[in-house]
Every structure is written in C-alpha cells, then in structure tokens.
Design a protein around this ligand. Structure first.
Ligand SMILES: *[C@@H]1O[C@H](CO)[C@@H](O)[C@H](O)[C@H]1NC(C)=O
Length: 331
C-alpha cells in the first residue's frame, strides 16, 4: 500500500468534512493527521495505531466499532466511547485480535454473534457498561479466551449457555453486578478458572447458591475475595460469610431426584395423561348426549303446536259455532 492512497484515505476533502452528517468524522479529526506510523496503513479511521498492532481508539466518543479492522490489529482499545450495541460480526476482519477493551461504553446489548471470528482473543474487557443480559452463545467463539471482565454491569443472571465452555479461561471478573447466585453448570464449563472475582453482588443464600458455595469450598485459592463475600438474604443469614456456609446449610434444599422418585414421575406422567384423556372423552360424550336430548325435547315441543287446531283435540273457542260455549252466548 503506497503512502498517497494512505493519506488520501486519512484526509477526506474539505467539502466532505463540512457536509458530513456523521459525528464520527469530527471525532476522528484530531487523530487523523498524525495517525499511526507509515508502517501501519491498516489502522482504522479514528484510531491511532502503534507498532505491534495496537489500535488506540479510546475516548473518541465513537458510536460504533470502527470499520476497516484488519488482521494486523492485535490490540483494540475501544474504552470510553459510546458503543451502545455490538451487532453480529462487529469485529469481523480482526481475526488476529488478542485483546479487546470495551470498558465504559454504556454498552447495553451484545448480539449472540457479535464476537464471531475472534478465535484468537485472549483478553476481553466489558466492564463498567450497562449489560443486563447476555444471550446464549455470546462467548462461544472465544475458544482462546483467558481473561474476561464483566465487572460493573447490571447482570442479574448469567446463564451457563452465555459463557459456554471456555477451556482456557483463567480469570473471570463478575464484581459489582446484581447476581443473587451463579447458575449450576456455569463454573463447570470453566476448567482452567483460577481467579474468580465476585465482590459487590447481592448474594441470596438460598438453595440456588449451593453450586457456588460448593465450588468455593473445592477451590479455596481461586476466589481471593471469598472471605469477604456476605449473604444479603434471607433474613436469618444476612451478613453470613458465603465461605462459612457449611453444606448442611443446604440440607433442606431438594436433592437431585432419586431413582424411586424418577420411577414415580415416569409412572405418574402417562397415568395422568390417560386419566385426563378419559375425563375429556367422558365429558365430551356427556355433552353430546345432553345436546341430543335437548334436540329431541325441542322437536317434541314443536309437533304438538302443529296439531293444536285439529277438531276435538284442543279447548273450544268462543268463535267455534258447534261448541257449548257458543251456544250459551247465542242463548
Ligand atoms: C490511547 O489514546 C489516549 C488518547 O488519545 C491516551 O490518553 C492513552 O494513553 C492511549 N493509550 C495507550 C495505551 O496508548
């Protein structure tokens, strides 16, 4: 790539700048002239690139992930921008990315395919955003991920399917969210995890917390803050340290179903199905019978009406000349 095309791409004509409706251009301006060294022609607009593949796009009020990401970008600093949403394939083209920093963007929504193609990514920082939910499959493409921060969001739930299996993940930061518990199976998909940060969540020390407590007991050195974690509910356990809850505290929680219970469930299922089927059939035939009887009664009521005027069958009317009543009237 020659430098003339490089500079013409960096510096759009003046009329374009004046007419451009996009704030991106104006935000890109300060960085545009002295942008990365000539050795980094693949630097995205609006960013400053350094040798070694670092694209510094931080603090530029960018409303979206900059376009033109190339394989030469190894580190993408996008922190302190205004990227509120990550669409599908947001980083497509940046397949060699190792580190992605998106902290403090007001990020609310991450599409399930947003991280598609980032199979080499090792470090992802999504902290200090507004995430409330992460859909299943979100982190599935990140097979090489070692360090994930979701700290300082609004997550009240984190499904195991959102994280998926991250075989190399060593550090997971979930500080300062709204998590009352961690779902069963979430930590099971993270076999390499050795640093789990959990402070600043409203832990509800009920049955749903059992998997996390069990994990903390089994990995005493992996959650450096475990001693400082306190239950915020239920009432009798408020301020109890999570790490001190013995397994006996969960003794009243339902155990996984025993074989006998399963047998009952399997027997009850078809039986109740057959019973409801029989009930429906019974009710249906009762209804049909009732309706048929009503029809018959209605038909029977209609026929006597037709026969009413036949002589001798009904009561005599005063207009009938042959009737005794007519005779007395004439007399
Ligand atoms: C990135 O750029 C910002 C401002 O342009 C600067 O303050 C910051 O130090 C840079 N970061 C790195 C890691 O070079």
């Amino acid at each position: 790539m020659g430098s003339p095309s490089f500079f013409s791409r960096r510096l759009p004509p003046l009329w374009l700048l004046l007419l451009s409706p996009w704030p991106v251009w104006t935000q890109a301006l300060p960085a545009a002239t002295p942008s990365g060294p000539p050795g980094a022609p693949d630097c995205p607009e609006a960013c400053v690139c350094a040798p070694g593949g670092q694209a510094n796009c931080s603090g530029r009020a960018l409303p979206a992930v900059p376009g033109g990401l190339r394989k030469s970008v190894r580190i993408l600093l996008l922190d302190h921008n205004r990227v509120r949403a990550l669409p599908p394939g947001a980083f497509v083209g940046a397949g060699a990315l190792l580190r992605l920093d998106l902290h403090e963007n007001g990020l609310r929504w991450v599409h399930a395919w947003a991280f598609w193609g980032l199979g080499a990514l090792q470090q992802l920082d999504l902290s200090a955003n507004q995430l409330e939910v992460l859909v299943p499959g979100t982190f599935v493409p990140l097979r090489a991920l070692r360090d994930l921060s979701l700290a300082g969001n609004r997550l009240a739930r984190l499904e195991p399917a959102a994280l998926g299996a991250l075989p190399l993940l060593r550090a997971l930061n979930l500080r300062d969210n709204e998590l009352p518990a961690l779902a069963r199976g979430l930590l099971a998909g993270l076999p390499a995890l050795d640093t789990l940060r959990l402070r600043g969540n409203p832990w509800a020390c009920g049955c749903a917390l059992r998997p996390l407590c069990a994990w903390l007991r089994r990995h005493p050195s992996s959650a450096p803050e475990a001693e400082t974690l306190l239950c915020v509910s239920p009432g009798r356990l408020t301020f109890s340290p999570l790490a001190a809850l013995p397994d006996a505290a969960f003794s009243r929680c339902a155990q996984p179903l025993a074989l006998r219970d399963l047998a009952v469930v399997y027997a009850l299922g078809p039986a109740s199905f057959l019973a409801s089927l029989a009930t429906c059939l019974g009710l249906g035939s009762l209804l049909t019978a009732c309706r048929a009887r009503r029809h018959r009664a209605a038909a029977a009521a209609r026929h006597p009406l037709k026969r009413l005027p036949e002589p001798g069958s009904g009561t005599a009317s005063p207009a009938d000349p042959g009737s005794p009543a007519a005779g007395t009237a004439q007399a």
